[in-house]
Design a protein around this ligand. Sequence first.
Ligand code: PBG
Length: 335
Amino acid sequence: MTSPRIAPFPLSRPRRLRRAPWIRDLVREHELSVRDLIWPLFLIDGVDAEEPVPSMPGVSRLTVDRAVEAARRAADLGIVCMALFPRTDPARKTPGAEEAWNPDNLVNTATRAIKRAVPQMGVMLDVALDPYNSDGHDGIVRDGDVANDETLEALERQALAQAEAGADILGPSDMMDGRIGVIRRALEAHDFQHVAIMSYAAKYASAFYGPFRDAVGAKGALKGDKKTYQMDPGNTDEALREIAADLEEGADMIMVKPGMPYLDVCRRARETFGAPTFAYQVSGEYAMIQAAAANGWLDGDQAMMESLLAFKRAGCDGVLTYFAPRAAQLLEGSA
Ligand code: PBG
C-alpha cells in the first residue's frame, strides 16, 4: 500500500471528468444535433446553374432545379428544414414590391418544387419586402420613411402567397409593428391554420447582414439604413418586449438575429418565455469564420461546430446557419 499523501492537494478535481473522450461525452450538458439546423439557401432564375456568392465562400445561389437536388441531399444528411431566399431580377423590383406576392416568384416556385420532390423537408420563407423592393427596404417607402401600416397590407399578401405555395413556416423578418397579428389573422381566415410563424422578433440593425444583401442583390438598392425599424444593438429589455408582443400576436416560435453577438439575448429570451427559441447565425458571422479559415488562422470545422454549440448552450432550440450541410456531415459522421 502506498503511504497516504499529505495535504494540501485539491479534493475537488474537475479534470477527473475530462480525462478521456468517453467521460467527456458522458457528462456533456449540451449537444448539437442535425435536427437543430435550418439551412438558408439562395435562389436565382434559370435552369441547371449556380452562381457563387463572393462574400460567402462556399455558398452559391441555385436555380430551382438545383435547389431541389440540394434539398434531396440535405434530407439525406438529416436536415429537416430549409429557408429560401431569392435573388430577384432587378427588372422585377418596384417601389411597391409587387413581386413579393407573385405566386410564381422564385421562392414560391421553389417551395412547390421542393415540397413535391422532398415532402418531408420543412420549408420556411421570409416575409419582408427587401428582395423585391427597388428601394432595398423591408417595407414600402413613403416620403423617405418606411410606412408601417401600408407595409402590413403588402406583407399580408406576401404571406398568403407563400402559404398557398406550401410554405410550412413563415418568418416575418421585416420588423414592422403589428405584423405578426396581421399575418396570423390572415392565415386563419384563409384556412392556413397549420402554417407556423417563426417571428424574427429580436432583429437588430446589424453590420453582420452585409454579405446577405450581396447574395440577394439588395445592397446596391438600399437607400440609407434600417435603423428606424430594426432594433438598436444597445437594447435587451426592448428585445423582451418585442418577443412578448409577437408571442401575444400569435408567433409559434421566436428568433434572435444576429446570433453570436447576441447570445445574451437568446439566454434572456429562453428564460423569460420558454417558447421555442431560434438564433440566426447570419451571413457576416459565416463570412468571418470562412475568411479566417481560408487564411489558415483557425480551424474552420472546429470553429464552426463550437459556434453552433454556443447557441444550444445559450438556450436555443435550433439555429439557422449557412454551415448546415457541412455541420450535418460532421454530426452524421459522413465527413
Ligand atoms: C430580410 C433579411 C435579412 C436577413 C434575413 N432576412 C437582411 C436584412 O434585414 O437586411 C439577413 C440574413 C443574413 O445576414 O444572413 N429582411
